[in-house]
Design a protein around this ligand. Structure first.
Ligand code: PLP
Length: 372
């Protein structure tokens, strides 16, 4: 579908503007430093090995990164016990999701996601010109029966983020297995584990094992979240071997730059520190959710590094006011969920313990003055 009536006066585009989430972009009124908790990033700087790799590669920016990301795939294979020949890397997992969409879907095809699925899945469908179909969720969580009954003769790809963004909810492994077992073999299932480390390494390993041997199941991962390399753009995926040659055609050559590849390899060398950081975020997630509950602000159960919360019994206008208050009084940028059915929620990622304390103080002050 074209976004404008055809006209001789200017070119037409197949791409329509899509609503993006509400993030505040005006100046902070009190001149406070901005604390951006709206992008689901990690609040820590590079680990020592990553910092050294960036420094060393800084002198070699004249070189492309190798298109096959061979060293990185080997390191990933070793770390996670996977065959490097089943892996592909991309410019963030976002690029790989797009590669999958462009490889398998065209106008007339359907891409199936769950009701509150990650917004990029919608964009992937739009770029491919495919129809987006949403399956109802239960308790803000993917419903396997809903997904299975959403599969039609036209379904080409199912995208499921686990944990999902923005809800943070996780499908239990048994349910995921039921989906894999009951899905038609000619539908691609993409399990997006961008936040998987915050659910647990056992969970991630089990999902990789589940995918093994299936010619239609892909698992995507990223260095942007648990590894804190969002700015360098490195994602990867475990892919059925037969799909890989086509994916390299779809992806493009210079996708993951040299510095990013070396930094990602170094991050895997520092995996113990990465695990410590993930453990801190998980413990902060539980602490903050509990403290908020005591203030009458409820969080959806989260397996990720973020929380989706609502002020109990209040509507979207109170959420809106809270989002503004956090920015005006604390310099916090959070993410206002505007999807139909999520209007009374906002989403923020966990920061350092100090930042989280400041956020809690700010929410407490807001609730004290606003909620009757
Ligand atoms: C569920 C989910 N998948 C994938 C991504 C893409 O991450 P990246 O492209 O940085 O790997 C994000 C980013 O926020 C996400 O929330």
């Amino acid at each position: 579908m074209q976004s404008d009536e055809p006209t001789a006066a200017r070119p037409t585009t197949y791409i329509e503007a899509m609503p993006v989430r509400g993030r505040i972009s005006r100046a902070q009124p009190k001149g406070l430093p901005i604390i951006n908790l709206g992008y689901n990033e990690l609040p820590y700087g590079p680990t020592p090995a990553v910092a050294a790799a960036i420094e060393a590669t800084g002198h070699r920016v004249n070189s492309y990164g190798g298109p096959g990301c061979d060293g990185l795939r080997a390191a990933l294979g070793k770390t996670y016990g996977l065959d490097p020949e089943s892996l592909i890397c991309g410019n963030g997992s976002e690029e790989l999701l797009d590669v999958i969409g462009r490889s398998f879907a065209r106008p007339g095809d359907e891409i199936l996601i769950s009701e509150f699925g990650y917004i990029q899945f919608q964009m992937v469908a739009h770029r491919a010109g495919a129809d987006l179909v949403k399956a109802p969720e239960t308790d803000f969580t993917t419903d396997v029966d809903g997904i299975l009954s959403g599969v039609s003769d036209f379904t080409k790809v199912i995208f499921l983020a686990n944990p999902n963004n923005p809800t943070g909810t996780v499908l239990p492994l048994s349910e995921l297995q039921r989906l894999v077992d009951n899905l038609r073999a000619n539908v691609v299932l993409v399990i997006d584990l961008a936040y998987g480390e915050f659910t647990g390494e056992d969970y991630c390993n089990a999902v990789h094992a589940m995918a093994q041997g299936h010619d239609n199941v892909i698992v995507t991962r990223t260095f942007s979240k648990a590894f804190g390399l969002a700015g360098l753009r490195v994602g990867w995926a475990q892919v059925p071997a037969w799909m890989l040659p086509g994916f390299y055609v779809t992806r493009g050559m210079g996708s993951v730059n040299n510095m990013a590849q070396n930094a990602a390899i170094a991050a895997l060398e520092d995996i113990d520190l990465v695990r410590e950081r993930v453990a801190e975020i998980v413990s902060e997630r539980d602490r903050v959710a509990l403290a908020l509950r005591g203030m009458g602000v409820s969080a959806t159960p989260s397996g990720s590094n973020f929380l989706m919360v609502t002020v109990d019994g209040q509507g979207p206008e109170v959420t809106e006011a809270l989002v503004e208050y956090l920015f005006d009084e604390g310099g916090f940028v959070v993410n206002r969920t505007r999807e139909a059915g999520l209007e009374h929620f906002m989403r923020f990622c966990l920061g350092t313990p100090e930042q989280n304390d400041q956020l809690l103080d700010c929410v407490q002050a807001f609730v004290g003055q606003t909620v009757v």
